[in-house]
Design a protein around this ligand. Structure first.
Ligand SMILES: Cc1ncc(C[n+]2csc(CCOP(=O)(O)OP(=O)(O)O)c2C)c(N)n1
Ligand SMILES: [Mg+2]
Length: 274
């Protein structure tokens, strides 16, 4: 697909609407970290990943590991918006009964490539998938989407040298740099800066970009996928936790909370903000 800003903006608005309504129905969700990755996921599923309705369960295509699995609702909302999940199935989110659509992504959900939720395992898994593609001469790309607080897990840092050693230019780590983790700001609790410099010191290519800007995201993620330079890459997307719902933006409480009817109504009435 060509870059179409208006299409992407409308898609993202509709994804946020799904996240908001599903949270309202469920009573509570990891809404803050779901809202901060909407633009990234919107780009990935509208032209970056070669996923379509016919290859949802396949390993013979690009793979996405949603390492910050607590944002599963954002992924489901995108999959539903693409028509990859039925409306009935999407509405199972948050219901207490038997469903595959729980808080964290599970294999068996169409379009979910990795079961995640225990933080710190997505990047090691992504390294393995990218290595397998290299060994088997497959032309596919692996994207791993991780939280910034998630980088507290040592497993992320342990596999950086391995990705470099095997020249995994078919692997891109996206870090959702919203500066908040579960109980506070990352720089107060477990400082990460200078984050880009740290990845560079491991020999990775680094891009630090605004994470809600479609034009920049589209260009950066597209180039990340096309590269062929023998080095793994990290794209640090500077985002706002709770993005799109003013009452939640940049607030610790937005990590896991519910929404008032008034907030839901306000969002729906505001419509797409171009
Ligand atoms: C191994 C592990 N420890 C703890 C948790 C609980 N937990 C869920 S989300 C979260 C905070 C993650 O922060 P961040 O990665 O910055 O997520 P975001 O801001 O994108 O929501 C924690 C500690 C977990 N899921 N897995
Ligand atoms: Mg965070």
């Amino acid at each position: 697909m060509e870059f179409e800003r208006e299409y992407l903006e409308t898609f993202a608005w509709r994804v946020r609407r799904r996240i908001i309504l599903a949270t309202f129905r469920a009573g509570v969700s990891h809404i803050g970290g779901s809202l901060s990755v909407v633009e990234v996921l919107t780009c990935l599923f509208n032209g970056i990943l070669n996923v379509n309705g016919d290859n949802l369960f396949s390993r013979e295509r690009d793979q996405l590991v949603l390492s910050k699995g607590h944002a599963g609702l954002a992924l489901y909302a995108v999959l539903a918006e693409k028509g990859f999940l039925s409306e009935e199935f999407f509405e199972e989110y948050g219901c207490r009964g038997e469903t595959l659509l729980g808080i964290h992504p599970e294999l068996g959900v169409p379009g979910v490539d990795a079961a995640t939720g225990s933080l710190g395992h997505g990047l090691p898994l992504g390294v393995g998938l990218a290595l397998a593609f290299k060994f088997r001469h497959r032309p596919f790309h692996v994207f791993v989407l991780a939280g910034d607080g998630e980088l507290n897990e040592g497993t992320n840092w342990e596999c950086l040298p391995l990705a470099l050693r095997y020249g995994l230019d078919n692997l891109t780590l996206i870090v959702d740099r919203n500066h908040l983790q579960l109980s506070g700001f990352t720089e107060d609790l477990h400082p990460l800066e200078p984050l880009g410099e740290k990845f560079k010191a491991f020999g990775w290519s680094v891009q630090e970009i605004p994470g809600h800007d479609f034009e920049v995201l589209w260009k950066t993620l597209g180039e990340a996928k096309r590269r062929n330079d023998g080095s793994p890459m990290v794209v640090v997307t500077k985002t706002v936790k709770g993005k799109g719902v003013v009452e939640l933006e940049n607030r610790v409480e937005s990590h896991y909370c519910g929404l008032s009817e008034e907030i839901v109504r306000k969002y729906l009435e505001a419509g797409v903000q171009q």
